[in-house]
Design a protein around this ligand. Structure first.
Ligand code: NAD
Ligand code: IPM
Ligand code: MN
Length: 349
C-alpha cells in the first residue's frame, strides 16, 4: 500500500466535523500514504442541485481503495428534506451498489469510560464484542409499497428479503471472526414469529456451525437479547444478525459501552470487487451540529478498521491504543471535537 486513494464523504450535520478529525488521525499515523478525494454529497448538494448520488460519482467511487463516510440525513421531522431521501439514496445506495454484505460493529468498554450500567455488572469483566450485521438484505431492500396513500384505507408493506447466499456468507464470516477471537458466536433473530426468515437463518447457522466445532454457539430472540445486552454484555464475543436487528442492537451496544460517540463501523465488500466503506455508527446529530462538541472518536476508530482492511494492522492497533489511552486520560471529561482529534493525532504520530 504505497498510495491508496480514499474517497471522503463528510455528509451532513456533524459528519464533516468528525470526518475531518478521522482524516487528521489517519494522516498522522500514516503520512504520505493516502490520497484523499473529497466528495460533496448530502443535504446541501441535494438542496442546491437536486442530486443525491449521480451515476458518474458512483462510477468514480467504484475505483477508490476505500470510502470514509461521516453521516447523512436531516433532522428527524425536517420539512425541507424528505426522510429517507439521503439515507436510501446515498448511504444505502453505496452499501447495496458496493455489496457491503458484512457490516462490522465492534464494541469495547474501555477502562474509565462512563457507562450507564451499574458498576457491579461490569467490574472485573471484559465487555468486548463485535456485531456482524448483514448489510445488503432484510427489511432494507426497499421491497414494499403503499396503496391508497393518504386515505383511511392506506396499506403499506415492507417485505424482508433473506437469501441463503446472503445469510450463509455473513454467518460464515461471523464464525471465522469468533474462531479468531474467544470462540463464541451468538445468533440473534426472532424465529418464534418470523418463521420463514428464521428457518433460513437457523439452517445456515446450524449447517455452518458443523464446520467450526471449536466455536461455541447460542441463540437469543432479539427481544431477550436487549435484556442480555443491558444486564450482562460480557457474555458476548461475536454476534451475528440481520440488517434491522443489527442496526438496533448496535445502538444499544454503543450506549452500554460508553456512548454512540465511540462506536465505529466497517461496511465490507467480501469479494474485494468494490471498495469497502468505514463510518461511525452514529448519524448526523443535527441537535449538536456546528457546535464543535461532537465526539470524533467513532470516526477515528473507523479509520483503524479501514487500516485493518487495507492490510495495515500495526497502524490500526496504534489508533486503537491511542483512542483507548486518550479515553482513559479524558476520564469522562467533555472535550471539543478538534481537541479530541488533535490529542489522538499527536499520540499516533
Ligand atoms: P444520531 O446518531 O444522529 O443522534 C442520536 C443522538 O446521539 C443525538 O442526541 C446526538 O446528539 C448523539 N450523537 C450522535 N453522534 C454523536 C457524537 N459523535 N458525539 C456526541 N453525541 C452524538 O441519530 P438520529 O438523531 O436518529 O438521526 C439524525 C440523522 O442522522 C437522521 O437523518 C438519520 O437518518 C441519520 N442517520 C445517519 C446515519 C449514517 O449516516 N450512518 C446513522 C444514523 C442516523
Ligand atoms: C446506521 C444508520 C443507517 C442504518 C440509516 C441511516 C440508513 O442507522 O448506519 O446504523 O439503518 O443502517
Ligand atoms: Mn443505525
Amino acid at each position: 500500500m504505497t498510495s491508496a486513494k480514499i474517497a471522503v464523504i463528510g455528509g451532513d450535520g456533524i459528519g464533516p466535523e468528525v470526518t475531518a478529525e478521522a482524516i487528521k488521525v489517519l494522516t498522522a499515523v500514516a503520512p504520505d500514504t493516502f490520497e484523499f478525494v473529497d466528495y460533496d454529497l448530502g443535504a446541501e448538494r441535494w438542496l442546491r442541485t437536486g442530486e443525491v448520488l449521480p451515476d458518474s460519482v458512483l462510477e468514480e467511487l467504484k475505483h477508490v481503495d476505500a470510502i470514509a463516510l461521516g453521516a447523512v440525513g436531516a433532522a428527524p421531522g425536517s420539512k425541507a428534506i424528505p426522510s429517507g431521501l439521503l439515507e436510501r439514496g446515498l448511504l444505502l445506495k453505496l452499501r447495496f451498489a458496493f455489496d457491503h454484505a458484512i457490516n462490522l460493529r465492534p464494541s469495547i468498554l474501555y477502562p474509565g469510560v462512563p457507562t450507564p450500567l451499574a458498576p457491579g455488572l461490569v467490574e472485573g469483566r471484559t465487555v468486548d464484542f463485535v456485531v456482524v450485521r448483514e448489510g445488503t438484505e432484510g427489511l432494507y431492500c426497499g421491497n414494499g409499497g403503499a396503496v391508497r396513500v393518504g386515505t383511511a384505507q392506506e396499506l403499506a408493506t415492507e417485505v424482508s428479503v433473506n437469501t441463503y447466499f446472503g445469510v450463509e456468507r455473513v454467518v460464515r464470516d461471523a464464525f471465522r471472526r469468533a474462531q479468531a477471537r474467544r470462540g463464541k458466536l451468538t445468533l440473534l433473530h426472532k424465529h418464534n414469529v418470523l418463521v420463514n426468515a428464521g428457518r433460513l437463518w437457523n439452517r445456515a447457522f446450524t449447517e455452518i456451525a458443523a464446520e467450526f466445532p471449536d466455536v461455541t454457539t447460542n441463540y437469543l430472540h432479539i427481544d431477550a437479547a436487549m435484556i442480555a445486552m443491558v444486564v450482562d454484555p460480557s457474555q458476548f464475543d461475536v454476534i451475528v444478525t440481520d440488517n434491522l436487528f443489527g442496526d438496533i442492537v448496535t445502538d444499544l451496544a454503543a450506549a452500554v459501552t460508553g456512548g454512540i460517540g465511540l462506536a465505529a463501523s466497517a461496511n465490507i465488500n467480501p469479494t474485494g470487487e468494490y471498495p469497502s466503506m468505514f463510518e461511525p455508527v452514529h448519524g448526523s446529530a443535527p441537535d449538536i451540529a456546528g457546535k464543535g462538541i461532537a465526539d470524533p472518536t467513532a470516526a477515528i476508530s473507523s479509520m483503524a478498521l479501514l487500516l485493518d482492511h487495507l492490510g495495515r494492522p500495526e497502524l490500526a492497533r496504534r489508533i486503537d491504543e491511542a483512542v483507548s489511552a486518550d479515553i482513559a486520560e479524558r476520564g469522562g471529561e467533555k472535550l471539543g471535537t478538534t481537541q479530541i482529534g488533535d490529542r489522538i493525532a499527536a499520540r499516533v504520530a
